[in-house]
Design a protein around this ligand. Structure first.
Ligand code: LMR
Ligand code: MG
Length: 516
């Protein structure tokens, strides 16, 4: 789409809105290239607009910022590798018929004396216009990325790159507050000789950033950037954490202290292999750990969470209309999944309505998770029946999804597992069981069995499904079935499933024919 001058002015440097209208739910393939000081990456988003899927994602650790502090110039080898990567990305994006391609460059390109020459070279070779953004814009966009996954995020966002670190206050309500950028990237710190001098530089750097923010406390810290993610992988390894999903992985300051100690005491090559980290990344981990240690000491968060969403996702969120931002990222992606893969898209909503009387006292947060379960209850129907339960579980727990905690992932997976199976012994749930408490495990079983029962009525007029009613005091689960077809649908398998559901609620099953 070609913009006239007035439109270009209105939309700013990142171009026109990505969404055809506020009602647009699906995204037209959108590409973002992030030319960072460490890595150069192409991401192409597709799918549900509120919760985009990673249609394509490739990263090359070029190290554009390596040596920059000494020479004032881009790393010559990095510059060559970045050019090769960008040429490749531009061709790939064309082949994928990417609708909009935005390329941003951060600390290394903005600081290097040959940054402008690099920009010109990129444009000449690929046609890509690099938007070289300043540190506060970088902070703001990374914070927007955090909001894509946690629209209500409250706390402090901290993004580490190769040559800079950004902080942004997240005051809640979907807003980004004060931002600041500092020169604490690990590639930069590599040039500071001596442990003491490095420490002094980190301390002074973090202190100065806290002063700019006018804040030296934050209950929750959201971490963005490859080097923080590598530290989180070490933390998972140290704890023997069973779910290898970094997004929404949480740590306490105590966890991190133990991990920093481990990093200091370990042979880096062994740790690198154990955590499956590249050597280029691992060489930065000890320096990044020193910075994070200072950040945690300064802001004293109670909880530290990894956000896989950062500047690239922020560029997307930036251009979302408010109506779309207001939608739930989890529900939107489950809807997209249902539309793409379920036999009867739309039945998930009916099923939710059918089973919801069992969960009338659940929190709103829990009800939305149960709704997500229903939307996904049939997306694995193509799998072989012997494996469906396991496949459902793995899909849900490992999905590239935002808007749910790790224990909610396991809840979702377990409910879907019980949608196909009564027993969970001997299934992949066992390894992840420590992430879900007893009561939630029980509730996920009830959700699964309720879906297993409700699915018996699929493809039917919701009226024929009858109505569930729970009488906890009487210890009864009642099914009111309409006479005629409704009654006829309630075959012996349905009956067995109804009994199993009642049993998992600790209730006696009661069937009543005729409307409630
Ligand atoms: C960078 O500066 O490249 C970062 O944004 C991401 C990374 O890979 O450390
Ligand atoms: Mg970056």
């Amino acid at each position: 789409m070609k913009l006239d001058a007035a439109e270009a002015e209105e939309y700013g440097p990142f171009g026109a809105p990505l969404f055809d209208g506020p009602e647009a739910r699906a995204l037209r393939r959108v590409g973002v290239i992030d030319v960072g000081s460490n890595s150069v990456r192409l991401v192409v988003f597709d799918g549900a607009a509120r919760s985009p899927a990673y249609f394509f994602n490739e990263k090359i650790l070029c190290g554009l910022g390596a040596g920059l502090a000494e020479t004032g110039r881009l790393n010559p080898d990095g510059r060559e590798r970045a050019m090769v990567a960008l040429r490749r990305f531009a061709i790939l994006a064309r082949g994928m018929e990417v609708n909009s391609l935005t390329a941003v460059a951060t600390a290394a390109v903005r600081e290097a004396s040959d940054g402008p020459a690099f920009e010109a070279e990129v444009e000449a070779a690929t046609g890509l216009k690099l938007w070289v953004i300043d540190g506060t814009e970088e902070a703001r966009l990374s914070a927007q990325g955090v909001l894509l996954g946690w629209p209500e995020a409250q706390g402090l966002m901290c993004d580490i790159g190769g040559s800079s670190m950004e902080l942004a206050v997240l005051p809640g309500g979907g807003q980004v507050g004060a931002t600041v950028s500092g020169k604490l990237g690990p590639l930069k710190l590599q040039n500071v000789k001596g442990k003491g001098a490095r420490r002094a530089e980190i301390d002074a750097g973090v202190k100065a950033m806290a002063e700019v923010l006018g804040q030296d406390r934050s209950d929750k810290l959201f971490l963005v950037g490859g080097s923080w993610r590598a530290i989180a992988r070490v933390d998972m390894h140290r704890r023997g954490y069973p779910l290898h999903v970094l997004h929404e992985y949480t740590m306490t300051p105590k966890d991190l202290r133990a991990t920093f100690d481990l990093i200091e005491a370990s042979d880096m090559e062994t740790l690198r292999q154990e955590t499956r980290t590249s050597s280029a990344r691992m060489s930065l981990v000890p320096l990044a750990a020193e910075v994070l240690s200072r950040v945690v000491k300064t802001f004293r968060p109670k909880e530290i969470a990894i956000s896989s969403y950062g500047i690239r996702e922020g560029l997307l969120y930036e251009r979302m209309p408010d109506v779309l931002r207001a939608r739930d990222p989890l529900i939107e992606s489950c809807r997209a999944s249902e539309a793409a893969s379920a036999r009867l898209p739309g039945f998930g909503r009916i099923l939710y309505k059918f089973i919801s009387p069992l969960f009338s006292r659940a929190s709103e947060r829990r009800q939305r998770l149960i709704r997500a379960c229903c939307l996904l209850h049939d997306v694995s129907w193509r799998a072989h029946p012997d494996y469906r339960a396991e496949i459902c579980f793995d899909n849900a727990t490992r999905a590239n999804l935002g808007g749910l905690t790790h224990s909610e992932r396991v809840f979702l997976g377990l409910a879907l597992l019980h949608r196909y199976r009564n027993k969970r012994e001997g299934t992949p749930f066992e390894a992840l069981a420590p992430l879900l408490n007893e009561a939630d495990t029980q509730e996920a079983e009830v959700v699964g069995k309720a879906m297993r029962f409700g699915a018996m009525f699929s493809a039917q007029d919701p009226e024929l499904m009858g109505r569930l009613k729970l009488y906890p005091k009487r210890g009864e689960l009642e099914l009111a079935l309409p006479k005629g077809d409704g009654e006829a649908l309630y075959g012996e398998v349905a009956e067995a499933r109804f009994r199993s559901l009642a049993a998992s609620l600790g209730c006696a099953p009661k069937v009543r024919i005729g409307r409630a």
